[in-house]
Design a protein around this ligand. Structure first.
Ligand code: HEC
Length: 318
């Protein structure tokens, strides 16, 4: 009798294994390359570059060898006005291309086809560098966002494009996301509004095509602080971000967020050494009530980590 039961159990397990194998092999599975990239997905891929994390190009994860996002209000070649200003992604010679450029199939069948045919994306080479942008085209009566290689289409070189943008219209988005990863902001923050009651406060959840090939997505899991996927659409003030990063208690007296004043580096925008000790002494006086105003936040240098971080927040998180 006992033997019979074992036989039955073995047959049942065999049957289940067989069924699961049949499902795996015979039924069509979901291929993530069938998801077409949205504008958000292409923008993230182009501004973040190849990967954010350990790689040959950025072994110490400092945000080196990343593309640079620029806002252009004039043509880098002809000098003609561009109205409204457009966003472009500059890959200087040697900077590794984004997943969307390296593996076009990942952006979806229609988007990749448009990028390769109309956008001439396949003609770009890492050795020469390239300038990319996102354009909109129609296929079968529907609009699609796709990648354009402006170096091939318009003869824009990375150097000319950076010069035309000037520092004021340059955003170190890819480097900024690297800072978000290395500083561990994701221990507290998420980039993924989850349930319906979340959406009312933090905005719409991302769509499938928003992160084709993004690495890492940095969704976060154990949320201790607001979701910041759309933070720039509720707070786009650079001044507020500066104060909040230098010392969150300046704007939120009981904040548990650590201060990130060290992301300012050693010197300020004018090359003067930042005196953190003096700042903290004055800040303590302010907290104790013996000083009316908090001390001023140092103006950050153009190549500081905090500049890149705020660039990423205000450009990418809309
Ligand atoms: C210990 C948890 C913690 C860490 C780590 C942390 N934050 Fe925060 N953050 C908070 C909290 C809590 C708030 C809510 C406002 C406040 O209390 O300051 C906040 C607020 C913010 C806001 C404003 C959100 C809004 O809804 O307006 C931004 C932007 C932000 N953090 C970015 C960052 C970045 C970037 C990093 C990493 C450099 C970081 N935070 C690290 C806890 C944290």
């Amino acid at each position: 009798m006992a033997f019979q039961q074992h036989k039955l159990g073995a047959a049942a397990i065999g049957g289940m294994l067989g069924l699961s194998m049949t499902i795996t092999l015979m039924f069509p599975s979901f291929d993530f390359r069938s998801a077409e990239s949205t504008w958000v997905g292409l923008d993230k891929s182009l501004s973040n570059g190849r990967v954010i994390g350990f790689s040959y190009e950025d072994p110490t994860v400092t945000g080196a060898n990343k593309p640079i996002t620029v806002i252009l209000d004039k043509d880098p070649k002809t000098g003609e006005k561009i109205d409204p200003p457009m966003r472009a992604y500059v890959y200087e010679p040697g900077v590794p291309f984004a997943p969307a450029v390296r593996h076009p199939a990942n952006t979806g069948p229609t988007v990749s086809q448009l990028s390769l045919s109309v956008g001439k994306m396949g003609e770009a080479t890492e050795a020469q560098g390239a300038v990319f942008a996102i354009n909109r085209g129609e296929v079968n009566g529907k609009d699609w966002d796709y990648i354009e290689n402006l170096t091939a289409l318009k003869g824009w070189t990375p150097a000319d494009t950076l010069r035309a943008a000037t520092d004021e219209n340059t955003r170190y988005v890819g480097k900024g996301k690297t800072v978000y990863i290395t500083e561990g902001c994701w221990w507290c923050h998420t980039l993924l509004p989850e349930q319906t009651q979340d959406w009312q406060i933090f905005g719409a959840p991302p769509m499938l095509g928003d992160f084709n090939g993004e690495m890492p997505t940095a969704f976060g899991s154990d949320r201790k602080a607001p979701d910041i996927l759309h933070v720039a659409s509720r707070n786009s003030s650079r001044e507020w971000m500066d104060m909040h990063f230098f010392n969150p208690r300046l704007v939120q007296p009981n904040s548990i967020m650590p201060r990130f004043d060290y992301l300012w580096g050693e010197t300020d925008a004018h090359g003067n050494k930042i005196d953190f000790d003096k700042w903290r002494t004055e800040y303590k006086e302010y907290r104790a009530g013996t000083r009316i105003y908090p001390p001023e936040i140092p103006e950050y240098a153009g190549n500081s980590e905090v500049r890149a971080l705020v660039d990423w927040i205000l450009t990418s998180l809309k």
